[in-house]
Structures are given as structure tokens and as C-alpha cells.
Design a protein around this ligand. Structure first.
Ligand SMILES: [Zn+2]
Ligand SMILES: [Zn+2]
Length: 371
């Protein structure tokens, strides 16, 4: 095995350097993952511009690879040996707290960078910490015993497995958080990788009506939404979405609204409140707004709306996402639009951010691809 590891290291906000790092010594209860694919999402765009942890940081929080080296205790505890392909969640729970015992390690404080400056989370944690390989934008990733790993089924390529994160969020938010089920009517706002993943989850669960909104520049994504199972798509720059939604639901409104516009401001939330059925609708938001002046709380109360937060995923949703990918039931490979070698990490993130003008849905970094 090489003594050095090539990594794309964020050294300052909006700046990445390719560096050779020392291969860490792996403890008996740890392992090394040879990273095949590191998926990039909108969160990376935000973290690149405004890092939540001090640099240097190796980004990359949606990681798939092969176990390259495993300590004996690690193998015993995890049931994983060298050569196994795994998807690694970005959370690194403590496995001592109540959340971890409930299987809700996504809420564990040991991995919550918002409240714990010493948190461990792939793609977030400083490379100055022990074992330093804490992100997927590198040839290898360090796996402690408390990393959360999922075995990738045979027949699922690494690149396809790179879609587990958005897909597991789709399953978690639509089915678990919002309770979409057989015959549900759903409005999904925003046809990005996240919105499109919600389409697949809702379709698989038996939703009877799936409406997806986007803008004129989303034309290709809206047609992909149709291909993945959306019944209707609405270009909100060309027609009034509320009128159309009420028309499609015979004036009734939808059962569930999933706001996947991430950062589009107040408009999708306001539309969601109006598009929901007369009583007891559910809306899931992933709001970035620090303040919401004139929020129509009265309307929310009158319609008895349940407003819920999208916040990551649990273990089961990742397993279901892997099963979904293995089934080949939906042309999910069409979500993978771009891939870049390690040396182009900066360009890869900026492509997700729309800076290149290309229409990228899901972008992967391939640490072993030739530059
Ligand atoms: Zn992500
Ligand atoms: Zn914990």
C-alpha cells in the first residue's frame, strides 16, 4: 500500500489544494476505505463558500468505496473484511448516548457540528484531527469502529451507490417524515437531485398524484421528473402554480408538500401552505431562511398544517435506498450527470453550484480517475 495519500484539501473558503498526506496508522478497531466515489450536493457548495469548521478540511460526505485495510476488532464488530464495498454515512455517532441507542445517530451530539466544535462528521471535520482522512475527496478515508457503514449489494456500481444519500433522504423525508403512502397526493418543489429522489420514493410508495415544480431553466430536469414517475410538472415562471395545482386536484389541494428548493426563499413555503388541502396537510421544509417576516402562522393554524423539518436520514432509509438501486426499477443512473477527478474538486463543487452554466443533477468526484 502507498505510504502517501492524495487528497483535495480545502485550505481556505473557496480554495482547494491537492496535497500528499501521510497514510495514517490504523488502530485495531479502525479501517481504511479506498474511496471510489464521493458524491457532491448543494451542502458542499455552501460549506465550500462558508466552512462550518476551520480549515484544513477534506470535503466529501457521501462516500462509497472498498475496505482496503481493516483491523481485527473492526472486522469483528462490523462484519466487514478487506474487499467489501460499502456506502459510508457522514455521521459518526458516539454509540453511548440515547439517540445512538435509538438508532438515531443523526441527532447524536458527537457528530453535530452545529453544537459541538469537536464533532466528527465526514466532509466537515478538520484534517488536523487524528487519522486526518475525514473526507471523501481523497484516495482513502479513515473508518473508526463507530462509522456507519452499509454493504453495497452485488450488481450496484460504485457510481450508482453514490446516489444513496439523496435517495435515502427521499425515502426518509417523503415516507417517514411526511408519511406519503398509497394514494397520497404530493407536491414536490424543486427538481434537483433531492426533489427527483423524492419523486422515486413517492412513486414506489404508491402516491396517486405527484406534481413537480421548477423554473424554465429546469426544463431537462422536469422531463427527467416525468421519466421517474411524476404525473405533472409545472414551470412556475410560465404559469401560476397554485391555479394549476388546484385544477389538478379538483380544487382539493395536496396531502403533502415537499420543499426541495433549498434556499429559494419564502415563495415555495408560501405556495406550499396554499397548495395543501383544507385541513391536516403536511409540509416538509429544509429552510435556510434565518428569518421569515410576515410568516402566515394564522393560515397554518387554521388549516391545521403539520410543518416538519427535513434532517438527514436513518440507517433503514439507506438500506432501502440501496435495495431501490439494486432493483433497477427506475432509471436512477440518469441522475448521475457529471464526474470529475480529484484534481478538479474545485471545479466539481462549482459545477454543482451552477457556476459553469451546465445543468448538473448529481456530480461525483472519483479520487482514482486520471486527471
Ligand atoms: Zn450531501
Ligand atoms: Zn451518540
Amino acid at each position: 500500500m502507498a505510504e502517501k495519500v492524495l487528497a483535495a484539501v480545502r485550505t481556505a473558503p473557496g480554495h482547494t489544494e491537492l496535497r500528499e498526506l501521510l497514510m495514517p496508522n490504523i488502530p485495531d478497531d479502525g479501517a481504511l476505505l479506498k474511496v471510489e466515489v464521493a458524491g457532491i450536493c448543494g451542502t458542499d457548495v455552501k460549506m465550500y463558500a462558508k466552512p462550518p469548521f476551520p480549515d484544513p478540511v477534506i470535503m466529501g460526505h457521501e462516500n462509497v468505496g472498498v475496505i482496503a485495510k481493516a483491523g481485527r476488532t473492526f472486522s469483528e464488530r462490523k462484519g466487514l473484511v478487506e474487499g467489501d464495498r460499502v456506502f459510508v454515512e457522514h455521521y459518526v455517532g458516539c454509540y453511548r448516548c440515547e439517540w445512538c441507542h435509538l438508532g438515531e445517530y443523526r441527532h447524536c451530539e458527537a457528530t453535530d457540528w452545529r453544537t459541538n466544535p469537536d464533532a466528527r462528521r465526514y466532509g466537515y471535520t478538520s484534517a488536523d484531527n487524528e487519522y486526518h482522512l475525514w473526507g471523501g475527496f481523497a484516495q482513502y478515508l479513515y473508518l473508526p469502529w463507530n462509522s456507519v457503514t452499509h454493504r453495497v449489494p452485488d450488481g450496484v456500481s460504485a457510481e450508482l451507490a453514490g446516489l444513496v444519500t439523496p435517495l435515502s433522504n427521499g425515502i426518509e423525508w417523503a415516507l417517514v417524515t411526511a408519511g406519503v403512502k398509497y394514494a397520497s397526493t404530493v407536491l414536490i418543489q424543486g427538481p434537483g437531485q433531492q426533489g427527483l429522489s423524492q419523486v422515486v420514493a413517492c412513486k414506489q410508495a404508491g402516491a396517486s398524484l405527484i406534481i413537480v415544480t421548477g423554473t424554465t431553466k429546469d426544463a431537462a430536469r422536469l422531463s427527467l421528473a416525468r421519466e421517474l414517475g411524476a404525473d405533472h410538472v409545472i414551470d412556475v415562471t410560465r404559469e401560476d402554480p397554485l391555479t394549476r395545482i388546484l385544477e389538478l386536484t379538483r380544487g382539493r389541494g395536496v396531502d403533502v408538500v415537499l420543499d426541495c428548493t433549498a434556499g429559494a426563499g419564502a415563495a415555495p413555503v408560501l405556495l406550499g401552505i396554499d397548495a395543501l388541502k383544507r385541513r391536516e396537510g403536511t409540509m416538509v421544509v429544509q429552510g435556510e431562511l434565518a428569518a421569515f417576516p410576515d410568516f402566515p402562522l394564522k393560515k397554518l393554524t387554521e388549516k391545521s398544517i403539520a410543518l416538519k423539518s427535513a434532517r438527514g436520514h436513518r440507517y433503514r432509509s439507506c438500506e432501502l435506498a440501496l435495495e431501490q438501486l439494486a432493483s433497477g426499477r427506475f432509471p436512477l443512473e440518469k441522475l448521475s450527470t457529471h464526474s470529475f477527478p480529484l484534481a478538479e474538486a474545485d471545479r466539481a463543487i462549482r459545477t454543482v453550484g451552477g457556476e459553469s452554466g451546465e445543468d448538473a443533477v448529481h456530480v461525483s468526484l472519483l479520487p482514482w480517475a486520471a486527471a
